[in-house]
Design a protein around this ligand. Structure first.
Ligand code: MSP
Length: 646
């Protein structure tokens, strides 16, 4: 612990204190064991993908039958990253190839605190996660998209009291508000876990007991400065004037408690090695340095119980304490996998999909996910998630948005005024995923109008209008035939491939850009070929014009699939205008972004604008209100209003 820090434990913790006194040889045994374990590690690394729990414990037991706290060290670092969802991520024992084909794509958002209704920051993570989940489903993967709410702890209890509610009533109301917003934003999650769910509580207790049995929990006094909003003891060096938390700009309070601690420091080397061997574990890559820096600067054990907080899961065997919210909430990623029916248990939950393919989080909670959580999992003998992606922060007026700061951007308001597609598109297109991004209403309206209403909506509308007028809304030929030898087709194919790579790399903004490029290329094609004048010429020119329309509509079909992770409702509207049913849209896969889907004779729907252009509210020259369509709060744009049309 830093000598200059005022934080201190009043009693020096001894992480081996739980061992019987006769284990005084432990340190030398420990060294011996570590050396042997590393030799074993080295010699078998190339022969086996996994070391089974039984072999690891046999080896361990042969060295030290009592010092169980080192057992976890024998887990191969490689093991921790590779396991099967079905065959057991708990002390993984299966082979990599066997497991990969069965593995679902499991991705998570943070479990959101329910101290207040959702703000745009929480909506942002969830929108991004939904886009990734939808893309993975298009690839044909079985996806388990987990979200939920983090409902225990002091700040939730305080928020409930301030509303005059019991904590559980309060949690019901706010978690419902999250669910309602996710519905409005077209979020298609698979699991919604609440940390007050009894199955979650059972799994947290089981996990706690496992870590305890592994010798990684001990009791000690702690005194330090606590930020209730972070739910974390702070290092005084990190604080601002008046001991204010740099994140929440509120003073931390001095606390002294007798708590249970998790022996994080024990995992320092293992975490260091893990990150060296799996540099993709933390994304974007520039955040890896940050994580490595934290670890290098020395990991301190952290307290995982609270004596002063009633609203939480009681510590097994000590009901006077409750489990620290992070030690509780992180387990939600596993408990969410439990089946609804039956007795919940850790192993069964792990078998139902763990390890997570991707934890999507904001950069402020990276330490919990990339340091604490992996160490906890190693201690419990459970595989590590494959990737943790820390996105940037949304700012408004250059300031971080947050419930505690009181400068939130209201997602309900945005979605009511502009609809889900506009909100999803703006944040995913305009904020480079991983970096911070700023919201301004003018930019929002300009981007959404230019891209969704003009580039896409208008192109579809013009094309269908011409098709109706000149071809009875019926395609003249197959799109494959129409595009023979056509460079535009090659351009579209290249852009779709690019979009796929960008989605896979989680560079979501670039994926949007690539798809929009198809729209731009389509508009250019339309303007250069001017089918409206070709139709007037009749004969072969008319036939060429009819082919041009097929070509542009085929590009629109491809856009409708490739942009569907970002703007699902808009893409459904496009798809149905192309003569497909909603079921066909829902069954579409990424492989259908190949050129050639539209067939001759296919009848298109009547042209209806698919995206309502947003009329901006501008200030009149006299400073008063000028024309306005959507400036007022809670005003919903009807889809028929001021459309981008032909
Ligand atoms: N309850 C914890 C997470 C536990 S996960 C096991 C928590 N909840 S939170 O509600 O405070 O934050 C949830 C997410 O919202 C975090 O990923 C955080 O980064 C994100 N955001 C909060 N404000 C944000 C912005 N202004 N911009 C973008 N995301 C931000 O932390």
């Amino acid at each position: 612990m830093d000598a200059t820090s005022k934080q201190r434990r009043t009693q020096k913790p001894n992480i081996y204190a739980h061992l019987p006194a006769s284990d005084s040889l432990f340190h030398s045994r420990k060294q011996l064991f570590e050396e042997m374990a590393s030799r074993v590690h080295y010699s078998i690394q190339n022969n086996f993908c996994f070391l089974s729990s039984s072999s690891s414990s046999q080896l361990y037991n042969s060295i030290n039958s009592r010092g169980t706290h080192l057992r976890n060290r024998i887990h191969l670092r490689k093991n921790l990253f590779s396991s099967s969802s079905r065959r057991g991520a708990l002390y993984c024992t299966c082979s990599r190839n066997e497991s990969e084909s069965l593995e679902p794509f499991v991705l998570t958002t943070p479990l959101y605190y329910v101290n207040a209704p959702p703000h745009m920051g929480s909506a942002y993570t969830t929108i991004a996660a939904d886009a990734i989940a939808r893309f993975q489903r298009l690839l044909g993967k079985k996806v388990i998209f987990i979200t939920g709410t983090d409902e225990h702890g002091e700040k939730i209890a305080t928020a409930a009291a301030a509303r005059g509610s019991s904590p559980s009533e309060h949690c019901n109301v706010i978690s419902q508000a999250y669910k309602a917003l996710w519905k409005d934003l077209d979020i298609a999650y698979d699991k919604f876990i609440r940390t007050t769910n009894p199955k979650h509580e059972a799994i947290v207790k089981e996990f706690y007991s496992k870590v305890l049995a592994n010798g990684d929990i001990y009791r000690a006094d702690y005194e330090g400065l606590y930020c209730v909003n972070c739910e974390e003891y702070k290092d005084e060096k990190e604080l601002m004037e008046n001991n204010c938390c740099p994140m929440h700009l509120k003073p931390c309070v001095r606390r002294k408690e007798d708590n249970y601690f998790f022996a994080l420091s024990k995992y320092q080397k293992q975490l260091e090695d893990t990150l060296v061997q799996n540099p993709d574990f933390v994304q974007p890559s520039f955040r890896l340095n940050e994580v490595q820096g934290w670890i290098k600067s020395g990991l301190r054990d952290f307290s995982i119980s609270r004596a002063s907080v009633d609203w939480g899961i009681p510590v097994p065997n000590d009901i006077k304490q409750t489990i620290y919210v992070w030690f509780d909430a992180l387990l939600g990623y596993i408990s969410a996998l439990s089946e609804e029916k039956g007795q919940p248990n850790l192993q069964a939950a792990v078998y139902s999909g763990w390890p997570a393919s991707l934890h999507l989080i904001g950069k402020d909670i990276l330490r919990f996910h990339a340091v604490y959580w992996p160490a906890m999992l190693i201690s419990a003998g459970i595989s590590l998630p494959k990737k943790v992606f820390g996105h940037g922060f949304l700012t408004k007026d250059g300031m971080k948005m947050g419930k505690s700061l009181g400068n939130t951007l209201e997602p309900n308001d945005l979605v009511n005024r502009f609809g889900p597609d506009a909100v999803r598109y703006f944040f995913l297109r305009e904020v480079e995923f991983g970096n911070d991004g700023d919201y301004s209403e003018d930019r929002f309206i300009n981007i959404v109008n230019a891209h969704l209403a003009n580039t896409i909506g208008n192109l579809l509308n013009r094309t269908l209008g011409l098709l109706k007028k000149n071809c009875q809304s019926t395609l003249a030929v197959d799109s494959a035939i129409a595009a023979e030898g056509n460079e535009f087709k090659d351009t579209v194919e290249k852009l779709v491939e690019k979009a796929q790579v960008q989605y896979e790399n989680l560079t979501i903004s670039s994926a949007c850009e690539a798809v929009l490029e198809i729209g731009n290329a389509g508009n250019l094609y339309m303007d250069e070929h001017a089918p409206w004048s070709l139709f007037k010429q009749g004969g072969a020119a008319s036939e060429a014009a009819a082919k041009d329309l097929v070509i542009i509509l085929e590009a629109m079909r491809i856009i409708a699939i490739a942009l569907s992770p970002i703007t699902p409702s808009l893409c459904l509207r496009i798809y149905t205008q192309l003569g497909y049913s909603e079921d066909q849209f829902n069954a579409a896969t990424w492989s259908e972004t190949k050129w050639g889907g539209l067939k001759g004779g296919q009848v298109m729907d009547k042209p209806k604008p698919v995206f309502a252009r947003i009329e901006n509210q501008t200030e009149g020259e006299d400073g008063g209100e000028a024309t306005k369509k959507v400036g007022k709060k809670k005003e919903k744009i009807p889809q028929s209003q001021s459309m981008a049309g032909a």
